[in-house]
Structure formats: C-alpha cells, structure tokens
Write a new protein. Structure first.
Length: 155
C-alpha cells in the first residue's frame, strides 16, 4: 500500500516532543559551533589585537555560516516530521483498529504503507481480529443452539 499521507502531524504529542528535541539539539549545536569559531578566531587571529577586537573583526565572515544554519532548521524540522510519520502513522492506525475491535465494531483489515515501520504489526493485528471474529461467530452459534434447546443464557 503506497498512499500519500493527508496530514503532516499524525500524533501531535509524540511528534511535538520529537520536534522540541530536535530544536534543542540544533540550538546546542549552533551555540557550540559559534563558541568554537569565536575561540578559534581568538586563538589563531592577530596577536597584536585585543581578543574581543579579533572576534568582532571576524564576525562578518561567519554570518553566512549562521544564516545557512538558521535556514536549515525548518528543513530539519520538516524532515523529522515526515520521517516520524513512518512510525507514528502505523501506531495511530493500529490504535483506531484496536478501538473499533474493543467497541465490538466490525473493523476492516489493518494495513500500513509500504514505507512505514512495523508492517508486521498489521499482520499480527489482522490475525487477532480474525480470531476474535471467529470466536464471536462461535458464541452466536452456541447461543442459537441454547435457545433452540430451551436453555436460556445469561449473557
């Protein structure tokens, strides 16, 4: 099954936590990179200049790097969201099928997209759903036999 997803966020709780984590990592990386560049300029620059003046004189050269890093942040966030759909989507779909099965509703066969993780879970769910359905049919058959024989059932 290779359908496109219609929504970007399948589970905002999980995907939001993941995006906050990526943002935190990006901020830490950005700060470490800025401090590393400043230290490098301070240590390698013209020794006749005051350290703060060396850093100020090199700031313009590193602005491009800063702009590139800031421009990449939304790309990282979007890619993380799209990638997380490959494991959040199947769990959301499985939860819906479990809810239907638990509410004694007929549920269709569960299937995941080709690129999704945990495709084996859909097959395992379908086996359990089939077993539950056959047990419901058996219960109904036995209830019918009980009612035909005049014995009343409590259930």
């Amino acid at each position: 099954m290779n359908r496109k997803r219609k929504q970007k966020y399948v589970d905002t709780h999980v995907q939001g936590a993941l995006l906050r984590r990526i943002l935190m990592h990006w901020i830490v990386f950005f700060l470490v990179a800025v401090m590393t560049l400043a230290l490098m300029v301070a240590l390698v620059g013209d020794p006749s200049m005051v350290m703060l003046d060396r850093i100020k004189s090199q700031t313009g050269q590193f602005m491009l790097l800063g702009l590139v890093m800031v421009a990449l942040l939304p790309v990282f966030m979007l890619d993380t969201t799209r990638f997380s759909n490959r494991f959040v989507g199947p769990i959301g779909r499985l939860r819906r099928h479990l809810r239907e099965l638990g509410n004694d509703q007929n549920t269709e066969a569960c299937s995941f997209r080709d690129s999704d993780f945990w495709s084996g879970m859909a097959e395992e769910f379908n086996a359990v759903a089939s077993l539950v359905e056959s047990q419901k049919e058996e219960i109904e058959r036995l209830r019918g036999q009980l009612s035909q024989s005049g014995i009343t059932s409590r259930a």
